[in-house]
Design a protein around this ligand. Sequence first.
Ligand code: NAP
Length: 295
Amino acid sequence: MSEQHRIPVTVLGLGTMGRAIADTIHRGGHPTTIWNRTAGRADSLVAKGVALAADPVAAVEASPVVVVCLLDDESVRGTLTPLVDALAGRLVVNVTTVTPKQARQTSDWAVEHGIEYLDGAIMATPEMIGLPVASLLYSGSRAAFDTHRELLELLGGARWFGTDAGLASLYDLALLGSMYSMFAGVAQGAAMLASEGVPAAEFVAMAGPWIDAMLSALPYHAEYYDSGDYTAEVQSLDFNKAAVDAIAEAARDQGVGTDVVAAVQTLIDRQVAAGHGKDGFARIFESIRRPIPRA
Ligand code: NAP
């Protein structure tokens, strides 16, 4: 076992994700200390030999590396602020889902108080932690990332995005945003078919392969976004507007909501109104990148 494997690690937060992280680190050979606001959530780990600290200060003092996996930024700040003295000189790896701004603020706070800081974002569910399919994004201290790479890789593939602590979170939320929009689109389609009694299972059996096939278009979209040249030989925005308007009309006719498709209509309509109807569909990127300033 290498020196890396013996570094004591503390995990603050034992929700479903925190428990998976603590369990994986413990199984990876690190002396592991845990703490959670609510007692009881540590029981399964304690049964495996993980050390439960009496209080958060004792938890932090047990290890040079403190992994924080709490609900949100508010719970992170509420938990870490009273621990500032105990945390000085240690590394905080905060894998709680936060916004880039929140990650930067916590990083600034940490650095100001002599705490090394690495922000992490988890692209995995708890069952995936420790498996090759799990991917974790990091930004902040490069030295911390390099020094503790072996530990971080225990949880899943580890990739560093830069010294700006907000970047891991920005990538995380960009990826999650794509996912949520995709699921919302499928919900729209399922609702339209449900209006005729078609089970969602039947619909998703078709929607999955359809979305899979469409994924091959993503690199072409990226080329348009990066170049800013949306010249299209086929499938102009005008063409797509007709299709998307038809989806909205059909949804209304079937008595189901149009919220998801209405958002796409708005993105298209702004570009068509600005005279870009002959450009390709990828031009909706401009509607998002340059939003209408709020009054
Ligand atoms: P969870 O099961 O709801 O656990 C939330 C944790 O936060 C618990 O330990 C809870 O403590 C603690 N907590 C909440 N409010 C607190 C406060 N005010 N002060 C102190 N502790 C507080 O959530 P989870 O699934 O473990 O997720 C943890 C983080 O991982 C989240 O940021 C989530 O977005 C991220 N994540 C989760 C997944 C996933 O699939 N679960 C995937 C990617 C990322 P108590 O037990 O005392 O309530």
